[in-house]
Design a protein around this ligand. Structure first.
Ligand code: GRF
Length: 204
C-alpha cells in the first residue's frame, strides 16, 4: 500500500516508518512525506532516505483550513496514495480531510488515549501523578485525538521523571508501535467492529 507520512517537525516517527518499510516483506511503501512547514527537519531526513517530499504550507491559505486540506488532498490523490500516517502533523483537521480518508488515515498520539488528548501530554501526566503512561496509534476521526485504537504501548512513570525524560521513554515506544500499526492496517489484518479495532495480538 502506498503510504504518505504527514509531518510538521523533526520526523522521528516518520523515520521509524521509513526504516520499517525498507524490509521487502513490509506491506506498506512510504511513497511520500508531506509537510505543512517548509522548514520541517523531517523533510531533510526524508530526502536522505530518497523518499519523495511535498510541502503544502498552511500559511498560503489565509486561515482557510478546508482550502489547505483540499490542496493536501490533491497532492495525495495525485501521488496515488492509499494510506495516510500522521506523524507529528500539527494541524487540526476538518471533516473534509477526515471524511475523505476515513478508515485510511492513522495518527500517533503521545499518551494512552483517551487520557491526555491534545498538547503537553507528558507535563500533564506528571502533574496528575499517573504511574503508567505511553502512546497510542488510532484511526483519525472527526474529534481530535479520538477514533478507534489500533495499538498502545505503555511505559512506567518514574519519580525522578521530567517531561523530557518521560517524553524520551514514550518516544521509543512510539517508534516500535507505529510501524506495527501501519503493518496491521496495510496488510488488512485489522477490522473495525462497533467503532473498535480488532487486531488480534499485534506482536504476532
Ligand atoms: C510525537 O511525540 C508524536 O506522538 C506527536 O508529536 C511528536 C512528533 O515527533 N504527535 P516526531 O516528529 O515524530 O519526531
Amino acid at each position: 500500500k502506498k503510504t504518505a507520512v504527514l509531518i510538521s517537525g523533526r520526523g522521528s516517527n516518520m523515520g521509524a516508518l521509513i526504516s520499517a518499510a525498507m524490509d521487502p516483506n513490509y506491506p506498506a511503501e512510504i511513497a511520500l512525506v508531506l509537510s505543512n512547514r517548509p522548514d520541517a527537519k523531517g523533510l531533510e531526513r526524508a530526502v536522505e532516505f530518497g523518499i519523495p517530499t511535498a510541502v503544502v504550507d498552511h500559511h498560503d491559505f489565509s486561515g482557510d483550513r478546508e482550502a489547505f486540506e483540499r490542496a493536501v488532498d490533491a497532492v495525495l490523490k495525485d501521488r496515488k496514495i492509499d494510506l495516510v500516517a500522521l506523524a507529528g502533523f500539527m494541524r487540526i483537521l476538518t471533516p473534509y480531510l477526515v471524511n475523505s480518508w476515513s478508515g485510511r488515515m492513522i495518527n500517533i498520539h503521545p499518551a494512552l488515549l483517551p487520557s491526555f488528548k491534545g498538547l503537553a501530554t507528558h507535563e500533564r501526566a506528571l502533574e496528575e501523578g499517573v504511574k503508567v503512561h505511553g502512546a497510542t496509534v488510532h484511526f483519525v476521526s472527526a474529534e481530535m485525538d479520538d477514533g478507534p485504537i489500533i495499538i498502545q504501548g505503555a511505559v512506567p512513570v518514574l519519580d525522578a521523571d521530567t517531561p523530557d525524560s518521560l517524553a524520551a521513554r514514550v518516544l521509543k515506544v512510539e517508534h516500535t508501535i507505529y510501524p506495527k500499526a501501519l503493518k496491521l492496517i496495510a496488510s488488512g489484518k485489522t477490522k473495525i467492529a462497533d467503532s473498535r479495532v480488532l487486531s488480534g495480538n499485534p506482536d504476532l
